[in-house]
Design a protein around this ligand. Sequence first.
Ligand SMILES: [Zn+2]
Length: 237
Amino acid sequence: MTHIFILSCSSVQLRLERFPKHKDGDRFRSFNSKLYHFKWLEYSVSQDSVYCFYCRHFSENSSISDYKCDIFIVAGYRQWKKCYGKSEKEKHLLSFSHCKAVANYEAYNSTLEKGSVISQIRKEHAILIKENRHYLVTLCEILLTITQQKIGVRESVSLFRASAIDIESESIDYGPHSGNFLSLLSLVGNHDEVIARRIKHGPRNAKCTHHSVQNALLDIMAGEVKNKIFEEMQTES
Ligand SMILES: [Zn+2]
């Protein structure tokens, strides 16, 4: 006797050369593997009955009382004459509990592919923190470059006029009199997706381009330099 297992949609569909026959009405009838075109259908050799893969593994206890779904979960279905007719399969396929089980199965698969909702939130949170750090480090590096080159952060007040960013435009441009800081930021943003996304779509209060934030970042960096010098002096002494 040859057994061939076909894994389809995670259901196990066993194929035999000959399926056992049972008296069904006035004739002996057996299961026919043609019924396997229903992906939900599984056949049990020991019970000589069919079950619904979705309902067996993904139904909810409260919905088992629905039309004959308990037969496809617990007892198994073996009335082959009726099974080959349209009514039984259609009734099962249209039953609320079967549809709910299919939805549960799809949600389970989606969770396997993407991870649980909590782990998805954790991943997104970790990405957000990483991008925030990347953005702030970039701002600090621009400010450091400006201070090392001893050039102004922006042009004189009379000339300074940063244009609003056009979020539809492919390139980032703060305008001709935006000053060194915003010009360098737009230059980096035109080559860095994270920076570009923050400038174009980030909340206004999280862009950190206001001069008060620039001063705060310069103060923090100056404090770090002082601490480093102090540590080195303590080590040497
Ligand atoms: Zn079902």
